[in-house]
Design a protein around this ligand. Structure first.
Ligand code: ZN
Length: 199
């Protein structure tokens, strides 16, 4: 068995815990670190620490932010009567890239998953109803993923929101069944938004 020094072995173990990084990739990253000037690596580790220290959740929509309110919630040009519910901050990024949504978001930070034992209590639903009432929301768009968890979550939200009397729509047309929003390309996403259907 190839033996690395103690600190290299420790770093490989740590990198190996990252999503998508197998042991071989971890070894390759360590090789890159060893060959790269110290200053460059210092900037890399500083960037990682900065993200961890500065990034938090927006107090209104749960999107990623470096201030109390995220850039989207702070933007006065956004249409506050339109609210789009998504599972994760990565979905916000994907929809923003698609570029044809000008309302606000509500990020659930997950989806209902009976298989993983995740129920409604594990989602960030608190505050959603107050927002719908306080901001005079006219339309709520449910943009959870097109997989089983996303559909279960959409069904649950429909039951909760429908009695509030706002227009409720679901995106989906164009998004292949079983797929995650964040992996859909911008054209597909923007079409899915345009062709949202009332539920
Ligand atoms: Zn926000």
């Amino acid at each position: 068995m190839a033996s690395y020094t103690e600190s290299i072995e420790k770093l490989i173990e740590r990198l190996n815990k990252l999503p998508g990084i197998g042991r071989r990739s971890a070894e390759r990253i360590v090789d890159y670190i060893l060959k790269t000037p110290a200053e460059e690596i210092r900037l890399l580790s500083e960037a990682i620490s900065r993200v961890k220290e500065n990034v938090r959740l927006c107090s209104v929509c749960n999107n990623l932010s470096e201030a109390d309110l995220c850039a989207i919630c702070r933007d006065s040009r956004r249409e506050r009567y339109l609210l789009c519910i998504v599972e994760n901050p990565t979905d916000v990024t994907a929809l923003e890239k698609a570029g044809n949504f000008h309302g606000l978001y509500h990020v659930l930070l997950g989806a209902i998953s009976p298989l993983e034992g995740k129920g409604p209590a594990d989602l960030k639903i608190n505050g959603l109803f107050n927002r719908i009432k306080k901001d005079n929301v006219k339309e709520v768009i449910i943009a959870t993923d097109a997989d089983t968890e996303g559909e279960i979550t959409a069904l649950y939200l429909t039951k909760l929101i429908k009695p509030l009397g706002v227009k409720l729509t679901r995106i989906g047309l164009g998004i292949p069944m079983g797929s995650n929003l964040e992996y859909a390309d911008s054209t597909t996403l923007s079409k899915a938004l345009e062709s949202r259907r009332e539920i």
